[in-house]
Ligand binder design. Structure first.
Ligand code: NDP
Length: 278
């Protein structure tokens, strides 16, 4: 039986710490603010944005929501970003992805002031992550590290295998594990003999985006399994990338979906907003 790493409990701890710091800033008359920009009508994005607003309220931040229509042009969005970059009451700016197809995501992400880039997607912040001189931590990967730390799981010296090489999850995840002394293998769709690679993992991180992708035969008995995936299964139920029912009995520790990495991503975003305000 694996230890279940409870993301909700750990995220609540992180948010409580943020709240304590924010209260000190409020007492000095400096309530930090996060601007969340949503373009279009993507229902999943709508849910993410409303969750972020709840987190802001819980942590004591002021949140400013900008909901723009689907047909917003790139120039209009750039204008809003520029306005927020120059607004002193806004410490952090988050543009919810994906954006409608007429808008280039890179152009927008690069236009955000790196000092307000709480998602850590700006190339300047990506560079900081690469060097290990962190300004903002990449939210999902840093959430995973926090879960491992708070569960007393050592990273240094461990063989860590990350499945996925996206800029949002896989690559920064590999980098954070490397900074912490892990020996890291990054796998992706071109990896040959994937199961052979994943079976070598002491810590296995799945960020693929395919329900039930990681099966029990891909996992070394006693491994720590972190499931970043958020998918819907055939019955429409929320699930991760890991075949939880069959992997849980052989893992030493595992994260559930929902209630695992998801709440941690949100908690680190709050921590980054506090960093921006400071
Ligand atoms: P992407 O689609 O950008 O990346 C998926 C990665 O998986 C790619 O690198 C791809 O390889 C790799 N992959 C796809 N098929 C295979 C395969 N058959 N074998 C090996 N590797 C494969 O997704 P994201 O990184 O953005 O997200 C991954 C998952 O995590 C999604 O379910 C997403 O919803 C979830 N997510 C969860 C978050 C959370 O807070 N819990 C936050 C962000 C994302 P290649 O590069 O070669 O195509």
């Amino acid at each position: 039986m694996a230890k279940i790493i409870d993301g909700k409990v750990i995220a609540a701890n992180v948010k409580k710490q943020v709240r304590e710091e924010v209260e000190k800033l409020i007492a000095e008359g400096k309530q930090p603010g996060l601007a969340v920009v949503l373009v279009g009508n993507n229902p999943a994005s709508r849910v993410y944005v409303s969750n972020k607003e709840k987190d802001c309220a819980e942590c004591g931040f002021k949140s400013y929501e900008y909901a723009l229509p689907e047909e917003t042009t790139e120039a209009q969005l750039l204008e809003l970003v520029d306005q927020l970059n120059h607004d002193d009451s806004v410490n952090g700016i988050l543009v919810q992805l994906p954006l409608p197809k007429q808008i280039c995501e890179q152009t927008i992400l690069h236009a955000i002031d790196p000092k307000k880039d709480v998602d850590a997607f700006h190339p300047e912040n990506v560079g900081h992550i690469m060097i290990g001189d962190f300004r903002f931590l990449p939210c999902t990967p840093a959430g995973v590290i926090e879960m491992l730390d708070q569960s007393g799981i050592e990273i240094s010296g461990k063989h860590c295998v990350v499945i996925g090489r996206s800029n949002i999850v896989g690559k920064p995840m590999a980098m954070l594990l490397l900074h912490r002394g892990g020996t890291v293998t990054v796998c992706h769709s071109k990896t040959k003999n994937l199961a052979e690679e994943t079976r070598r993992a002491d810590i296995l991180v799945a960020a693929v985006g395919k329900a039930g992708f990681v099966t029990a035969d891909m996992v070394k008995p006693g491994a720590v399994v972190i499931d970043v995936g958020i998918n819907r299964n055939a019955e429409g139920k929320l699930c991760g990338d890991v075949d939880y029912a069959n992997v849980e009995p052989i893992a030493s520790a595992i994260t559930p979906v929902p209630g695992g990495v998801g709440p941690m991503t949100r908690a680190i975003l709050m921590r980054n907003t506090l960093t921006a305000a400071k």
